[in-house]
Design a protein around this ligand. Structure first.
Ligand SMILES: *Cc1c(COP(=O)(O)O)cnc(C)c1O
Length: 455
């Protein structure tokens, strides 16, 4: 089938997610045919770096023989059977494995198929935990400014990125919002200490006033879709303490940060925190198949553990939950983590990457470069001193991404924040080449931009 025929069929039949189809179809869509390592190849034979790990999923690269084999071997037994009221070998073994690597105190695994579902389950679990114990009134959730937890209606209800979420506002359940401690755009003053204290003060004030209405607080240790913004060190620890003292459950969404991305297996470990509920997805299968999980404590599990007629069951499940092929490849993925000591490797490579990013930091229109392990956001601004953004209609981020594509790397920006999230297995020389492309694209597009504005 030719490229033109595929484009035509895409136009006729396929509606791509999070995509303005008018723009997509007008600009020679990339249609991927194959991949190997950190590279993707399209049907025209062009090759690209997978600069965002196929939107934050990929770990060991594409076509990793151990992972390919794990799926083939599982196929010799069965592709799928349900977890509703019965078990399966790979799901049980994966649950055991996840508990062995998760922050200590997490004891039970509830599977699903996507990060948004893992979040929905976390919300229902937290909500019902209080109901099952006869605690009335703890029915609301606290979330942070610029939060992103997925695209289903429950997950959007605890999201707060206006561009994605505003249109659905009348459809959502209300949640309480507190500001995220963003060190670059800090509403509380100049220093890191100001932002931490200011933000924690807002949280505590809310807990004091409305704690008896709050079921749980949900947070991302590094805000992903909100612009790749890490929490300052110690902040998650402080939240953990506040939640405990006000009897509020802490849900940590590690769908983006889990499985080594930030230089620890889970980002919670940077602060030595165990949440009451942890959500994971993306990297769990190495970027191969859709598997997600919601992990929790015995304390929460036991609030649901009762005689049938007490009706304390967690009434939630999806047809493909605990899919055997997915669980089998997840197990192989986690085995590879151990064999290649990947988490320590990420920490080591992240330090090098910090240096490779230096030239980008000094570009005229780069306001901030934020890095947590191999998770990087480069915020483009019109004016470095005032931090004024480019006008939205300039679509500066999309244009830099388009230039990256011409230069041989696929990335997807978050408005004006360039995301760089290579597969964790990327070699140092790969990281060097990819950052060089990013540098060139940002320089060319933003500096040409200024000439246009000034003339
Ligand atoms: C991607 C993401 C989700 C949603 O996961 P899907 O698998 O796309 O549904 C939820 N939370 C965070 C923090 C994410 O980055």
């Amino acid at each position: 089938m030719t490229y033109e025929e595929l484009c035509e069929k895409n136009r006729r039949y396929l509606w791509n997610p999070f995509t303005q189809m008018k723009e997509y179809l007008a600009d020679e869509p990339v249609i991927i045919e194959s991949g190997r390592g950190c590279r993707l190849r399209d049907v025209k034979g062009n090759e690209y770096w997978d600069g965002v790990s196929s939107v934050w999923l990929n770990v060991h690269g594409h076509r990793v023989s151990e992972l390919d084999v794990a799926i083939r071997e599982q196929l010799n037994s069965i592709a799928h059977s349900t977890l509703l009221g019965m078990g399966s070998v790979p799901a049980i073994l994966l649950a055991e494995k996840l508990i062995s690597i998760a922050p200590s105190g997490l004891r039970k695994v509830f599977f699903s198929d996507s990060g948004a579902e893992a979040v929905e389950i976390a919300l229902k679990m937290a909500f019902q935990y209080w109901r099952n114990q006869g605690v009335e009134g703890k029915t609301t959730f606290v979330t942070m400014g610029q939060a992103y937890h997925g695209d289903t209606v429950g997950a959007v209800s605890v999201g707060s990125i206006d561009l994605f979420h505003q249109v659905y506002a009348p459809l959502l359940f209300p949640s309480l919002k507190v500001p995220f401690p963003n060190l670059y755009r800090n509403p509380y003053g100049e220093s890191g200490e100001d932002v931490v204290n200011g933000s924690l003060h807002a949280v505590e004030e809310l807990f004091q006033k409305q704690g008896d209405q709050i079921a749980a607080m949900i947070v991302e240790p590094v805000q992903g879709a909100g612009g790749m913004v890490p929490m300052p060190p110690g902040y998650l620890r402080a939240l953990r303490n506040l939640c405990s003292s006000y009897r509020i459950l802490l849900i940590v969404d590690e769908v983006a940060t889990g499985f080594g991305r930030t230089g620890k297996m889970f980002a919670c470990e940077h602060d030595g925190v165990t949440p009451d509920i942890l959500t994971v997805a993306k990297g769990i299968t190495g970027g191969y198949l859709p598997v997600a999980a919601t992990l929790t404590t015995d304390e929460i599990y036991n609030a649901f553990y009762a005689d049938y007629e007490e009706f304390k069951t967690l009434y939630h499940g999806h047809s493909y939950t605990g899919n055997q092929l997915g669980c089998a490849v997840a197990l192989a993925n986690l085995k590879l983590f151990e064999q290649s000591d990947l988490v320590a490797e990420v920490e080591r490579k992240a330090a090098k990457l910090h240096h490779y990013l230096e030239p980008i930091r000094s570009l005229a229109h780069v306001g901030d470069v934020r890095q947590s392990g191999l998770m990087v956001g480069v915020e483009l601004v019109q004016d470095k001193v005032t931090k004024d953004p480019f006008p939205l209609q300039e679509r500066i981020g999309s244009r830099v991404a388009r230039r990256c594509r011409d230069l041989g790397m696929l990335v997807r920006p978050l408005t004006d924040v360039m995301v760089f999230m290579p597969p964790l297995a990327a070699k140092l020389e790969d990281l060097k080449e990819m950052t060089a492309i990013l540098h060139q694209a940002i320089a060319e597009v933003t500096e040409a931009q200024v000439r246009v504005v000034e003339s």
